[in-house]
Ligand binder design. Structure first.
Ligand code: FE2
Ligand code: FE2
Length: 272
């Protein structure tokens, strides 16, 4: 990597190592999802959740070619390696959601207007904006996956908890990318970028709260509660990403994958 652009030694080696080590953890968690169990949702809840999961599955399925092409401009091999592994994790999420759709006899979507808007915006913008959009999407998804992790259906519950253990670290990964990307930017630039991100976060939270309202209701979550909690995730993440918070966490993943595996096992053991 080019150290002159990353004076705080923002190497992404730790992230690449983390994502690589995740492969074994994923296999063990995926093996615990009871795919052969009988679906337990009511008819109305199934319709609402299928409609919603189809959109999340589509959102997770991107190949990330544009993101990788932009990232190569940073001439940082460790960053490229981490990004490739990150995109592979997202595609695995898509496969898990596709499996859940199959369980309920539903097809995958090939297009959706909300995903289309997101993809067009990302293609039009530079690397930092694209990463910002990923960060916002993941702060919105966090609250949804948490609610899905309390679903009465064991497969939806297992998939959501499995995906959630990744997303916690993905948010940190996006924050680290932005911290590195805005390292040399002025305070004014960072405030303007943060303000723009807040506008997008407000819009994204509102659209998802409205569009996925029936699914949120099926998961026992009111639209307004979801909206408020989602923006709380954004309020934690955005000041760190744009270097506006007084305290900053150490660069890199928050814990080795084994810690998350243990936490996920414990959650499954207590709830099932
Ligand atoms: Fe994901
Ligand atoms: Fe993610």
């Amino acid at each position: 990597m080019t150290t002159d652009n990353h004076s705080e030694s923002h190497t992404f080696d730790a992230w690449a190592t983390y994502f690589e080590a995740n492969l074994e953890r994923h296999e063990r968690l995926d093996a615990g999802i009871p795919w052969a169990s009988t679906p337990v949702l009511s008819g109305a809840d199934t319709v609402a959740l299928v409609h919603s999961l189809q959109k999340f599955e589509l959102g997770e399925s991107g190949e990330g070619k544009g993101l990788l092409a932009k990232a190569r401009g940073r001439n940082d091999a460790s960053y490229d390696a981490a990004l490739v592994l990150f995109i592979a994790e997202e595609q695995k999420h898509s496969a898990l959601f596709a499996g859940a759709l199959t369980r309920f006899g539903a097809e995958r979507l090939t297009s959706d207007w909300t995903d289309g808007v997101f993809v067009v915006l990302r293609r039009l913008m530079g690397l930092r904006t694209e990463v910002t959009l990923f960060l916002i999407a993941e702060t919105v998804a966090m609250e949804y996956f948490e609610a899905l992790g309390r679903s009465s259906d064991p497969v939806l519950r297992g998939v959501a908890r499995r995906v959630l253990t990744d997303e916690v670290e993905h948010i940190r990964f996006q924050i680290d990318q932005l911290r590195a990307g805005f390292e040399r930017s002025s305070m004014v630039t960072r405030w303007v970028a943060a303000a723009a991100a807040w506008v997008v976060a407000l819009g994204a939270a509102t659209v998802v709260a409205i569009d996925h309202g029936p699914a949120l209701h099926a998961l026992g979550l009111r639209r307004l509660t979801f909206w408020r909690r989602t923006l709380r995730h954004a309020a934690r993440a955005l000041p760190q990403a744009f270097r506006l918070s007084g305290t900053s966490a150490p660069f890199g993943p928050s814990a080795p994958p084994s810690v998350f595996f243990t936490a996920a096992q414990r959650a499954n053991a207590t709830a099932d």
